[in-house]
Design a protein around this ligand. Structure first.
Ligand SMILES: [Zn+2]
Length: 264
């Protein structure tokens, strides 16, 4: 590899380094933000066309209400940190889809889907705030971009990453599908890393607390999730979100300082 190329990669990696809000962790995001947002808008639209929105108006309103409160908290957090420009191209949507899967997700730009199957485990607004706060946190922390970037490096090694992105939209699309392939035809989403999971728990607790919900509800929510394990078909959400003792202990440990800092 030429010196010029190495130099180019160093510049690219430097330019692509960003910082996760709240936790301050450095991450490498190689996919341009506008690319992520346009893929998100397109895939979210396709998903909504291919799936059925819930006709339960009361539950759908709950999803929109809780989503709007979390959105408002996220916007307040970013404004207080002087980072509001990070959210300027967000087009938030909160939809409840008729599907007995126990699942929920958020694509980049605030595109949320909650499945009706998770509603009985969420139980109420605060329980739903645990789920939506966590999923929105994955999007806010750009975990999808980070995972696609890791996939890109694994596939292409050190060769001209920016050229790969510019010249290979199909490769970029496939990377997207490996991270956000939520339609039945793509199978289950690959799980986030353990680090990303605990980071999403942390950010989710902050946002739900700022939104006025009691973060202690997260403990009982994850205990309810853990008790789902015994069934014949473990919920989709559990395969990507192990509700184990470590997760619950971490959440319990975080709550007092989050309440002190972000509670009313
Ligand atoms: Zn997660």
């Amino acid at each position: 590899m030429s010196r010029f190329c190495l130099y180019g990669i160093a510049i690219l990696l430097l330019a692509a380094c960003s910082t996760v809000p709240v936790t301050g962790r450095s991450q490498l995001n190689l996919i341009p933000g506008p690319t992520m947002l346009s893929m998100s808008a397109q895939q979210y639209g396709t998903f909504l066309q291919e799936n059925k929105l819930s006709q339960n108006q009361q539950q759908a309103a709950t999803v929109r209400r809780v989503g709007a409160r979390i959105q408002e908290a996220v916007e307040r957090y970013f404004a207080s940190a002087g980072l509001q420009s990070h959210l300027q191209n967000y087009k938030w949507e909160f939809n409840l889809v008729e599907d007995k899967q126990v699942n929920a997700w958020c694509m980049p730009g605030g595109k949320v889907v909650v499945y009706t199957g998770i509603m009985p485990i969420a139980r109420d607004d605060a329980g739903l705030a645990v789920v939506m706060g966590h999923e929105i946190a994955h999007a806010i922390a750009e975990h999808g971009n980070e995972r696609m970037s890791q996939g890109l490096i694994a596939q292409l090694g050190g060769t001209a990453l920016s050229t790969a992105l510019a010249d290979k939209p199909e490769a970029t699309r496939q990377l997207w599908m490996s991270v956000y392939g939520v339609g039945a035809q793509y199978g289950a989403m690959l799980p986030y890393s353990r680090l990303q999971e605990s980071e999403a728990d942390h950010l989710g607790l902050v946002f739900m607390t700022m939104a006025g919900y009691d973060p202690n509800v997260a403990v009982s929510f994850w205990e309810r999730m853990a008790s789902q394990k015994g069934g014949a078909a473990p919920p989709e959400f559990l395969s990507t979100h192990p509700a184990d003792a470590t997760r619950i202990a971490n959440i319990k440990r975080l709550i007092p300082s989050i309440v002190a800092q972000y509670g009313k």
